[in-house]
Design a protein around this ligand. Sequence first.
Ligand SMILES: Cc1ncc(COP(=O)(O)O)c(C=O)c1O
Length: 395
Amino acid sequence: MESKLSSVAKTLTPSPIQELSHLAQRCNAVNLAEGFPDFPAPLHLKNAAISAINSDFNQYRHVQGICDHLAKKVKQTQSLDINPLTDVAICCGQTEAFAAAVFAIIDWGDEVILFDPAYETYEGCVTMAGGVPVYVALDPPHWTLDPEKLRKSFTQKTKAIVLNSPHNPTGKVFTKDELEVIVGECCRRNCLAITDEVYEYITFDNNKHISLASFPGMQERTVITSSLSKSFSVTGWRVGWAIAPSFIASAIRNIHVKVTDSAPAPFQEAALTALRSPPEFFESLRTDYESKRDYIIKSLEGVGFKIQFKPQGSFFLFAELPENCPFSDVEYVKELIQKAGVVAVPGCGFFHTNLCLEKLGQVDYSYQNRYIRFAFCKSDETLASAAQRLGSVSF
Ligand SMILES: Cc1ncc(COP(=O)(O)O)c(C=O)c1O
């Protein structure tokens, strides 16, 4: 009966993270693999959700206040004027907002430009919609964007580009110059953009998040997607949104209604409280993660890693294996689980090798199995325990 599966379903396989998570569970490993916090959500949010449940917000719901608040926020932070009645779609997390955005704009055979390495869900959505992912490799060690590579990746069939900044897995925040290159190409080629801004509030040092939509000529061609998940440590609440020109936002809402109907009602209510958190909340989110970043860098440097690229945002460190390490990324993570009792993610799952170019000997992609992603969205106790376990073994 397996042959009855659709051809697209057959292309979707469990991510390496899921498989390693099972091994990690068996070994009782400290989990630095999963990209979600292991500490409690902020109390004011939990109280708001409890109060919403007690107030019987139990049915399908659209909380317009979220859209109104987002309109004010994008005006303040990105100088964008949006109509909260027409330009926002509330979805079940960024994941659904992104999928709905892809289904709203991608037709069979349309090409979609993605930066490599990339967060794993984009490709699946693009292919499910019948689109063709086209990868532009960012250059290690600083994951810089080569304008020439971007230019060459456009064809007559390019419909959209996906930008995730701050970036998972590298922690890169795209610079203004890089964004300008992307803007120039999008406008010149009349191409749409879908942004993933879930780490918008988590930036370090002097790096600032700038939305692609805020550049001249971009608002009319950009779908911003984001969510409560990362900024408020509530990845399981499933509240996210898309902000887009009204014709796209309306298409996204129509898809959303057909697929999930409504984001969870009590958590939409709690989202209002979350989004209205005072500036100090966002400042301590940033500084707390910055000190966790510095801690994990120090811990890894202590066991021989040379961290060439410090995350500028997000809560991931994409660390290159020490030169003398004989293992590939997957082998290293297996050793890490079994010997140290710590689990992280092998970087190869985020890369999409362009085999044709490699076969032609034009590009060396050997770096793709030399990176490990460590998530530092963990309590100080978890990070300390991981550091101690790492320090106790040598590979
Ligand atoms: C870049 C990126 N986008 C989106 C998500 C998922 O967001 P959500 O929980 O809102 O669906 C993640 C989660 O790891 C992520 O890293």
